[in-house]
Structures are given as C-alpha cells and as structure tokens.
Design a binder for this molecule. Structure first.
Ligand code: BGC
Length: 395
C-alpha cells in the first residue's frame, strides 16, 4: 500500500522540525510560565530550569537537523527576552535571534519563525495579558520590533495555537485546570487574539517578503453515532473559528496529534483501556494528520497549509517512526486529494520541556542528557531525513 504513495522532496518542500523557545532555551525567567512553574501550588510537574540549553546550543541543533537532510527549522522568538520591561527593547536579544536565523540560512535551512509560542512577558501577563486594554497594541509593537531581524525570512507564525490559549484561559477562569485542552474557550480571548493576529499579518505583509499565518491545534473532532450536531457545536469555538480567521492568510499551520470523539451529550467520549496510549496519555492515532489536513483545507477554503507540528510522545523510537509513517501516509493521500501542503515540520527536534508535564513526555528526534546537555540523535532523525531526500516511506 505504501508504495503507491508519493511524497514531495526537499528542497521544493519544507521538511524539518519544530521547537519553541520556553521548551528548549532554558532560563526564561522573565516569562509568565516561569512564574507559574514557581508559584505555590503550581500545576507544573517541575521547573523548565535550563531546559535543554538551546539558547547556547542552537548551532549544534541546527547542524544536526541539516546533516540529517532536513531543510526547515521552526523556532520561536521569546517576547519576554526581547522586551523584558514594557517599552524596553533588548538589542542583544534581537541580535541573538538574528544569529539563529543566520545559522539556519548558512546551513541551507529555511527558518520558520514563530513570534509567540504560549509564553508572555511577565509585565504583560501581570497587567491582564490579552485582556488588558491595550494588549493588541502592545503585541503589535512587539511584532514591529521583531521585523527588524526578519530580512530573508519568508515564513512567520504570528501566534501559536490561539485556540489552546483560549481553552486554557477558559479553564483557568473557571478554576478547572485539569480540563485544559478541551475546556470551553474564553471567547473574548479568541476575538482579541484574532484582532492581534490580523494586526500582525498587516505589519508582516508590509515587509513585502514575508508570508504570515497562525497555527491551529487540530483535534480531529469526530461525531459518535447521532452526535453530528453536538460535534459541530463543540468544534466551532475550539477550532473552526480559528480556521475561519485563517482564510485571509498566506498559509495556515496545521498541528495534529490526536482525535477527539464527541458523544450525543456534547462531551468527549473517553477511549477504552484497549487503546494504545502515548506518554502524554493521548490515543495513538497517526491517521489524525491526514484528517486534520482535509478538514483544514475545507474550512479555510484551500489556504496553503504547513504542517507546523505533528509527533508523538514515546520512549520507543520505533513507535515514533511507525506513527510518523502513518501520519505521512495520511498527508500523501490528502495531497493527492487536492490539499495544498507546503511542508512538514515534526514536533519536536529535541526532547524538551512539555509544559505542565515537565520533561517526562519525550517528543524529540534527538535525545538530550539533562545534565551535560549532550545531544544524541535517535534513528527517527535520520529516517525523516531520508524520507525528505527520497520522498519514499520505507514499506
Ligand atoms: C504545542 C507544543 C507542545 C505540543 C505537544 C502543541 O500543543 O504547540 O508546545 O509541546 O503540542 O503537547
């Protein structure tokens, strides 16, 4: 079956991996997440601490990715570093991120730059975050500041998974943190982020050479028998709204890991004990990516897609290769069915800090010793590089 499926190859197609600043850099002390990790009664399993020290070791990370045959690297610029106090811009931090971009370009790697990946500067969060009166203006000023280092950068993500942020804000306002991920979203936060996104797209397009979009966490909501209307009502504020916003964008980032079945009562149906689970407790469901692409294509009316995240938390790298094979088969089918996909960026390049779960769920193509920070590529890294070069999935 796999033989008939053809995948595009590098360099025409972006084949690579993704990361996010807070999860890999270390010492992000000026961010709201650092404060959350260290607060009394924190829901976080541990501190991000030094993370995997990519703040200093990014040249090695980019080299490992390029040496494997991959040609794209998605990383995020950390607002809390660039603007540590309101209106105070760190030229040194901007220069740091410019060096990351230059390192990618010198290695023949296309940088995909995310401007906001969940974490906010503490000063911004403390005065109300997205709910502050001038939140959108403050964010737009930050975006304008970062444009000074975006020469030669063609792909920029304005906001990572605004739908997850809205769900987290919805959950925290109702003090139901354990429901994070599926909580009813705070719809005001959704609208504010959409406004912020549009402002950012305008600023970025003004540069002339940048294509801008945001990324949406796609949950592949499926209806249990007879639950079609309940599924639609559940999906709209959690996903569809954000895909509709993307209709005017240059691309949309598709982030896919799993599916969620909605029952007639309008709630997710728990999956059975016989289902294989990953280290995050999610169902092992590689088909999710193909379904997410088809859904996103339909809802956006054909906006070009970039798979900006897809992967699996597992200690067994064979399962990672198996999962990714299934995901890429789905992507190949979606593409032959008319979906416009411009790249596949695996989550994640490195084992890293997985938010509230700490370092235990390992999503990386590269393992990292948390004491020495030594990098050890897993077989899946070379495997993905070979897929990128040949366009073939070993059957
Ligand atoms: C996020 C990443 C996260 C990954 C796995 C996505 O929701 O953008 O930051 O690590 O999923 O949970």
């Amino acid at each position: 079956m796999t033989e008939q499926l053809t995948l595009p190859t590098a360099p025409g197609f972006l084949w690579g991996a993704s990361t996010a600043a807070h999860q890999i850099e270390g010492g992000n002390v000026n961010s709201d997440w650092w404060a959350k990790e260290h607060a009394a009664g924190t829901p976080c399993a541990e501190s991000s601490g030094d993370a995997v020290d990519s703040y200093h070791r990014y040249p090695e990370d980019v080299r490992l990715l390029a040496d494997a045959g991959l040609n794209a690297y998605r990383f995020s610029v950390e607002w809390a570093r660039v603007e540590p106090a309101e209106g105070e811009i760190s030229r040194a931090q901007l220069a740091h991120y410019r060096r990351v971009i230059d390192t990618c370009l010198a290695a023949g790697v296309t940088p995909v730059v995310t401007l906001l990946h969940f974490t906010l500067p503490r000063w911004f969060a403390e005065r109300g975050g997205w709910f502050a009166r001038d939140a959108v203006d403050a964010y737009a000023r930050y975006v304008e500041t970062v444009t000074s280092i975006l020469d030669d950068v063609r792909h920029v993500v304005t906001i990572n998974e605004p739908n997850i942020t809205s769900m987290m804000l919805g959950a925290s306002r109702r003090s139901t943190l354990d429901a994070v991920g599926l909580a009813a979203p705070d719809e005001a936060a959704s609208e504010i982020q959409a406004t912020a996104h549009r402002r950012a797209v305008e600023v970025l397009r003004g540069l002339g050479h940048v294509r801008a979009g945001w990324t949406v966490a796609n949950q592949v909501f499926q209806a249990a028998p007879g639950a079609e209307a309940a599924r639609d009502a559940y999906a709209y504020p959690r996903e569809d709204y954000f895909l509709e916003v993307a209709r005017d964008d240059d691309f949309v980032g598709v982030q896919s890991y799993l599916r969620t079945i909605i029952g007639p009562d309008g709630e997710p149906v728990p999956f059975g004990d016989d289902v294989e689970r990953t280290l995050t407790g999610w169902e092992y469901y590689p088909q999710a990516l193909g379904e997410a692409l088809e859904y996103t294509h339909r809802l956006t009316g054909g906006v070009p897609m970039l798979v900006t995240e897809n992967g699996v938390a597992t200690a067994d790298d064979d399962r990672r290769i198996d999962y990714t094979t299934g995901a890429l088969e789905g992507m190949a089918r979606a593409m032959s069915g008319g979906c416009r996909v411009e790249g596949y960026l695996h989550w994640s390049l490195l084992d890293n800090y997985e938010w509230m779960s700490g370092f235990a769920p390992t999503f990386g193509l590269i393992a990292v010793d948390r004491t020495t920070f030594e990098r050890t590529p897993k077989p899946s890294l070379a495997w993905l590089g070979k897929v990128a070069r040949t366009g073939e999935l070993p059957g």
